[in-house]
Structures are given as C-alpha cells and as structure tokens.
Write a protein that binds this ligand. Structure first.
Ligand code: ZN
Length: 297
C-alpha cells in the first residue's frame, strides 16, 4: 500500500514537473553509454534534451564487466546506444543482442585511426584529445539524426566543447614537448596510453597488455623489470581501474618511484579529481608533468 501510494505521488509529481517544463525538455529519448568517459561526452552534447545512462561507472573496469539486470533493462529501453568499439567492451555485443533492444547502436570511435600496441589494436582512443573531438562529432551527428528538432543545440554544444578539447590538446602538446628525451618513458599498470604516446611523443610500458583480462606471466614481468633496470624509466604510475600491486612490485624491484595515479579507462567518483573527460585529461597531464619534472607553469 505504501509503495503504491509513493508510486502514485511520484507519478503526479513527475507529471506536474513535465507540465511545468518547456515542451521540448527531454522528449523521453533515452541514451545509454557503455562507460563513464563516453557518458560524460554525450552529456556535454545533449544537455537537457535526453536522459543519459552509463553502464560501467566511475573507477570501474569496462574491459571485464558483468552486466546487471538493471543494465539489460536500460539497454532494452534505450533509443540510442553508444559504445567505444575497437574491442574495448568485451560484453556489449551480447548484452545488446540479448536485451532485444530496438535502439540504434553507434560506435564512438568511427573515423579514428587505430594505434597498434604489441600487434593489437589499442581501444583507448580517447587518450588523445584529437580523437576525443572525433567522438564528440560522432555523438552530435547521431543525436541530431535522432532528434532533428534539437540539432542546432547539439551542434552549438559540440562546437563549444570541441573548442575546449582543442585548447587543452594544444596546451598538452606544448607542455609535453618541453620534456627532455630521458624523461619521456613511463610505466603504467596496463597498456592504456598508446594514443597518448603516439599523439604527444611519450613511451608507455606496461606489465599488462591493452586489456586487463590476462595477468602477466612471471617471465614477462621479469623481462620488463630487467629492461627497466637497464634502461630506466622516468616514473611509474598506478591507475584508478587496476590493482596497484604490480606497479608497487616493479617499483620495489627497480627503485623507480611511483609518480601518482592516472585515470586511464574511467572517470573518478564524484568529488574526485577526474569527474569529466576534460578534468580527467587535465589531471593526467598534471600528474605526468609533476612526475616528469616540468610542471612549473
Ligand atoms: Zn584499458
């Protein structure tokens, strides 16, 4: 009885709210994003015009994720679904096909030039800001097609957002370009920064490959540690989505310091330093520069 009453009250309140809002607010279009970084990009473009639900949330690993019943429901009810693609979400094809959804599925990395890491396609394309711009344009195109009445808003939101991404891209290039050659090799827990390395001229090494599924073999780890002892590295970094144990072990065995925590595959929880794609990239840039010794400006 109490539940029914609450539902009824909630319904009335929602209806009143809907009546009070301009006719074009929301339009009941439901958008699902596969992971938090992409979810933020979509919210920047759609503003108040659509509801965005994100499946893999802050600080969580989207490579290996077990979708919940709630995820299946969100996908089933969605009008548009955005995924990263390039093999990032190992679970999304099954979730989408088994949900029976009629949503259109959009691949945010369409048009990105893939970077290969150890012979495999690196899916972490957002870790170069010029690719972030491609994501945003793809989102704006798909949303404009789905909601043509709001296409002008989506275009304006996207262009304003892209201007910020391009400004940060320029700043990143300038500041990382100033690093000396012997301060350009770093180690992270898994290979999530192939695009950052490619775009901004750094070298990233990692004990774990481009996805987090496989543990490194003892031999692979020994080879990396031997390489680091011989050639050195400017710093090691832990990540928000992976255990710090391996990186700590590498630090113990090589004497190379841990320079901080990078946000590779997910945003931070609310109140953290990386609650949006832009602040995530700024945080990573600041962390790299702090550890590599060129954060004076
Ligand atoms: Zn990853």
């Amino acid at each position: 009885m109490t539940i029914l009453k609450t539902l009824a009250t909630g319904f009335v309140a929602t209806s009143l709210l809907a009546a009070a809002l301009p006719a074009n607010a929301h339009d009941d279009i439901k958008v699902v994003a596969s992971f938090s970084i992409l979810g933020d990009m979509i919210e920047q473009v759609v503003g108040d015009h659509a509801d965005v639900t994100t499946i893999v949330g802050p600080d969580a690993d989207a490579h290996v994720y077990l979708p919940s019943v709630a995820d299946a429901r969100a996908v089933a009810e969605a009008d548009l679904i955005f995924v990263n693609g390039l093999g990032f979400e190992t679970w999304s094809d099954t979730l989408i096909s088994e949900s029976g959804t009629e949503a259109t599925v959009h691949i945010a990395t369409e048009g990105v030039t893939p970077v290969m890491v150890d012979g495999e396609t690196d899916p972490h394309a957002w870790n170069s800001l010029s690719n972030g711009v491609i994501y945003v344009r793809n989102v704006a195109d798909a949303m404009s097609e789905a909601m043509p009445d709001h296409a002008d808003d989506f275009k304006a939101n996207a262009e304003a957002y892209i201007a910020k991404l391009e400004a940060l891209d320029k700043e990143t290039r300038t500041r990382l370009a100033a690093l000396p050659a012997d301060r350009r090799t770093v180690v992270t827990a898994h290979d999530a920064f192939g695009y950052l390395a490619d775009a901004y001229g750094l070298t990233f090494l990692a004990p774990v490959g481009i996805d987090t599924e496989a543990e490194p073999s003892a031999r692979d780890l020994a080879v990396l540690i031997a390489q680091l002892k011989e050639q050195g590295a400017a710093a090691l970094f832990v990540e928000n989505i992976t255990s710090p144990v391996l990186v700590q072990q590498i630090s113990d065995e090589t004497g190379i310091e841990i320079g901080g925590r990078l946000f590779s595959d997910a945003l931070s929880e609310r109140g953290g330093p990386a609650t949006s794609y832009l602040t995530m990239f700024q945080h990573n840039l600041g962390t790299l520069l702090d550890a590599l010794g060129n954060n004076n400006s």
